[in-house]
Design a protein around this ligand. Structure first.
Ligand SMILES: Nc1ncnc2c1ncn2[C@@H]1O[C@H](COP(=O)(O)OP(=O)(O)OP(=O)(O)O)[C@@H](O)[C@H]1O
Ligand SMILES: [Mg+2]
Length: 306
């Protein structure tokens, strides 16, 4: 197994953000996104990484950017390490796990598309059903839905459920109407249309190959006044990927990628508050296999092939 890259150390440029998984540097007129091998579970970064996971996630975003480019332009500037500026070339570990992106003026809304009802969407839905007992249809974020949808069930049609971007990380779901208090109504409509179009395309592509994309989150911004897709897209970190095989209505499906880790952590007695325990080698290995498998299913190629 290769070593995990848990931290980047680019000295020439300021590190402007260290997320749970990505390190972001300001290169002056653009940004460098480095996807490390860090992995989080239950919102905490674990002490060891999954070696090569960052490469898989970075390449997955590149794959989707390219597939969706006719729907909307994206922020990608340079994805190929060979074309990076000279002063970055000495950091060989960047190869495959980083991209240079154009700086955008971000729109502070998380654009969520859901095809299945689970997580915070299901919670809000249950509340809506309970507050209007006996009524056959309920309103969820402005959508009229039947009142008998079960946990993890497929929705009659995909819905757009925006959320505010909160600095403490706990975004708040809002209705489309609330969104129009924050952004112009024409822009809000455009964001809804584009989010649903990307989601539906990705869903239709992934489902027959064995992956359900249950929901996903996009971010958008303006680059030179042009509406642009930014951040990462359709990765297991920004979406729920479920294996088609083990999907059952009524129970929360295991995630495609983090299932072994969650199961392991549950056996350790970790309180989810104190520093998380180290992952054993077999869990690391099995998790890496899941990422490789997802990549192969989606792109048709091996993640570590040239
Ligand atoms: N082209 C861009 N221009 C400007 N900001 C961008 C661009 N693309 C993405 N961003 C912003 O960069 C940040 C990426 O941060 P990152 O995803 O690492 O951390 P996070 O989302 O806060 O936390 P998490 O680790 O949970 O993902 C986000 O705030 C995103 O909105
Ligand atoms: Mg993020």
């Amino acid at each position: 197994m290769i070593d995990s890259i848990l931290k980047s150390d680019i000295k020439e440029y300021p590190l402007v953000r260290e997320g749970k998984v990505r390190d972001i540097y300001d290169l002056g007129d653009c940004l460098l996104f480095v996807t490390t091998d860090r992995i989080s579970a239950f919102d905490r970064v674990l002490p060891n990484g999954i070696p090569g996971k960052g490469i898989i996630l970075n390449k997955m975003s590149l794959f989707w950017f390219s597939m969706m480019k006719d729907i909307i332009p994206n922020h990608l500037l340079i994805g190929d390490f060979k074309s990076f500026p000279k002063d970055l070339k000495k950091y060989e570990y960047l190869d495959g796990r980083s991209m240079m992106v154009k700086k955008a003026k971000r729109i502070d809304i998380e654009c969520v598309a859901r095809g299945y009802l689970v997580g915070s969407g299901y919670k809000d839905y249950k509340k809506a059903v309970e507050s209007s007992p006996g009524i056959p249809a309920v309103d969820l974020y402005g959508y009229e839905l039947p009142a008998d949808i079960k946990l993890a069930e497929k929705l009659p049609y995909p819905i757009f459920t925006p959320a505010t971007k909160e600095d403490d990380g706990h975004d708040i779901n809002i209705s489309f109407d609330d969104m129009t208090d924050r952004v112009d109504i024409n822009l809000a409509s455009e964001l809804r249309e584009i989010s649903l179009a990307i989601y539906s395309n990705a869903y239709e592509y992934a489902f027959p190959r064995g992956i359900i994309i249950a929901d996903t989150k996009f971010e958008f911004g303006f680059i030179k006044k042009r509406l642009t897709l930014i951040d990462e897209i359709l990765s297991p970190d920004s979406s729920r990927f479920w294996p088609v095989d083990s999907y059952r209505v009524g129970s929360n499906p295991p995630s495609f990628d983090k299932q072994f880790i969650r199961d392991f952590l549950e056996t350790t007695g970790w309180d989810k508050n104190s520093p998380p325990p180290e992952l054993p080698t077999d869990i690391v290995q099995k998790t890496l296999e899941k990422y490789k498998q997802a990549y192969k299913i989606l792109t048709g190629s091996d993640a570590f092939e040239e």
